[in-house]
Write a protein that binds this ligand. Structure first.
Ligand SMILES: Nc1ncnc2c1ncn2[C@@H]1O[C@H](COP(=O)(O)OP(=O)(O)OP(=O)(O)O)[C@@H](O)[C@H]1O
Ligand SMILES: [Mg+2]
Length: 288
């Protein structure tokens, strides 16, 4: 009897842990390095492995992710402020049954909302806690005020770069900025458009080493994606490459990277994610 109760309690605890929602902001220094394609296909990669991600477009005004998915969202974040709206009403289903929320111009306006509206918005986002394992925010080119606030409020940041020196220098500038505001930010590094595995590993190692030496900051390499013409083909088809070309090199790389990510999550992490509640609390501090 006692054993049975113990087992039940353990299982409930396990369920609780798996229902923790982790928030990730995807960013880069230089624009156009592949953040949106990464965010979309990484979300699908996690979903393929039984996870439940939600993709959020934080790119102000420039409808990016919806074009990559070939959908036209009817609602965005600030529609949540209309009477009787729920978060389920503003959620779109993208290809591969991926849940998607468009930011519209909502993220810039977020910073100007009065307290009552902010309370309402945040209360209406709360049901996402426990619904999704992972919420992925795709940010636009350059570091805006809003994207910085999202990075600092998230559980972790995925920094995307290419092996080009300009992209690497700009990626380092992002690391430096995050270090300045919060040296404990968890930063994972993805090197996109590499011509070989060796180039991917070397680029990551270089950045990790520089961040350690000059900032004493740990940057965690997550993986690389090869430069693959299927990516551009998929963009033109307005389909995620993971679905349009499941056997292409870029798709294989994303699948591998998703598996590595989930392996890390299961094993190496010490702290549980702060979840939606923790995220909104931090964001509110930055807004006010
Ligand atoms: N692994 C890859 N192999 C080949 N081409 C790629 C790869 N990743 C991205 N690209 C190309 O780069 C283009 C830009 O990608 P994407 O829109 O994802 O970048 P971004 O970082 O989101 O841009 P922005 O900063 O404007 O938001 C894509 O349309 C595609 O042509
Ligand atoms: Mg983009």
């Amino acid at each position: 009897m006692h054993d049975q109760a113990e087992r039940l309690r353990a299982r409930m605890q396990q369920n609780n842990v798996s229902r923790q929602t982790r928030l990730i902001t995807v960013t880069s220094g230089k624009g156009g390095v592949g953040k949106s394609n990464f965010s979309l296909n990484f979300a699908l990669g996690l979903q393929e492995k039984g996870h439940k991600p939600i993709l959020f477009d934080l790119d102000l005004g420039l409808a990016n992710l919806d074009v990559l998915m070939g959908i036209s969202p009817k609602r965005h974040l600030l529609h949540l402020l209309q009477p009787d709206m729920t978060v389920w009403d503003i959620m779109e289903r993208g290809p591969g049954e991926l849940d998607f929320i468009a930011g519209g111009s909502g993220f810039a306006k977020l910073l100007q909302l009065d307290d009552a509206k902010l309370d309402l918005l945040f209360a209406r986002l709360q049901p996402l806690q426990g619904y999704a394992d992972t919420i992925i925010f795709d940010t636009g080119a350059g570091i805006s005020n809003e994207s910085l606030r999202f990075m600092l409020s998230s559980d972790e940041v995925i920094l995307v770069t290419t092996p080009e020196p300009t992209a690497i220098t700009d990626a380092y500038a992002v690391i430096k900025m995050l270090h300045f505001y919060n040296p404990r930010t968890t930063i994972r590094l993805v090197v996109n458009r590499v011509t070989s595995a060796r180039e991917g590993t070397m680029t990551a190692q270089k950045l990790v080493m520089v961040a350690k030496r000059f900032l004493n900051m740990d940057v965690h390499p997550l993986g690389f994606v090869l430069d693959d013409p299927h990516v551009s083909k998929a963009v033109k088809l307005q389909r995620p490459f993971l679905l349009a070309f499941p056997h292409a090199q870029a798709s294989r790389d994303i699948r591998h990277l998703s598996a590595v990510y989930l392996g890390k999550e299961a094993g190496g992490r010490q702290s549980l994610p702060a979840g939606i509640g923790g995220f909104l609390q931090k964001l509110r501090r930055f807004i006010r």
